[in-house]
Design a protein around this ligand. Sequence first.
Ligand SMILES: *Cc1c(COP(=O)(O)O)cnc(C)c1O
Length: 366
Amino acid sequence: MVFPPLREELRGLEPYGAPQLDVPVQLNVNENPYGPSPACVADIAEAVSRAAATLNRYPDREFVELRAGLAAYLTRDTVAAGFGIEPAQVWAANGSNEVMLQLLQAFGGPGRTAVSFAPTYSMYPEYARDTSTRWVQGHRAEDFSIDLDAARELVRAERPSVVLLPSPNNPTGTALPPAAITLLCEAVGDHGVVVVDEAYGEFRRSGTPSALELLPVHRNLVVTRTMSKAFAGAGLRLGYLAADPAICDAIRVVRLPYHLSAVTQATALAALRHTDELLGQVDALRAERDRTVVWLREQGLEVADTDANFALFGRFADRRAVWQGLLDRGVLIREVGPDGWLRVSIGTPEEMTAFREALVEVRRES
Ligand SMILES: *Cc1c(COP(=O)(O)O)cnc(C)c1O
């Protein structure tokens, strides 16, 4: 007998995770490079200190105040379409990764199927594996868009109970047109839920609508968001979703009791009070992204069109050598996606200058 007595399908597997290396320019995990202001830090500290005085008690299991705050924030994206998001439509957990795992726990499981379209976020098959959900991988076209006829066929053939669709997609940055979401929600029907993962939603180019606008039309649609990326709160671990209240109620069956600590709730609420400040650099990051894409193309490289705060570029005969060359010059990016491609997160102008200079040197030497 092998010790420890791990599930057969987990033996020999490595845990997911990008290298965490202490280098000057960190452009590998799509964080917002701008930290909170002293005023925001002080407000968080004050809120956490109040929560600390109550730590002998369990926190609000239903996180009512936080749901209201998140609903008000999401309503910014739906008010023009003439409706608001209600607190009963919101669910939250420790990062949207946990939200999506809970979705698989509630709607996946043995005998059920989850579908996504590769290349996409590499955690999705892991949620399926961890919940013993069958995993079926569709594919994307050469330009990383989804062929809608093929997608509908796949859904008809496999009858998934969960479809995972990031928009913008990671690692390619590709946003989904609303027509694609509608088509997939209709193809899936009441057999399953369609999860549109908008982790990078706030970075989308103007004119690209949020899937939130489709919530009144499709009761099987779930839109997930996170405070980790645009909201500059990766260390906070707070992800959330908006969906039909019946979907939120279903997740409550599988969540662990008191899964959101009093400290997390207090921190998230304080951060939400500083929404405008924390999102204040998003426009600058989008502009920097567009400049980075233009520059990379001027260098003769291929770059996927991107609505996110990163760019996928290539192709390199030996991408590992390019990644290592950049790292040797203090610039950490991500070796991810189809062979030959690399992904760079958008940092400050200074960080992007360091990236460009390092990349020019690495390519000159190879
Ligand atoms: C970063 C990311 C998330 C967010 O994860 P958190 O657990 O909220 O930090 C979700 N989906 C995708 C595709 C991501 O790249």
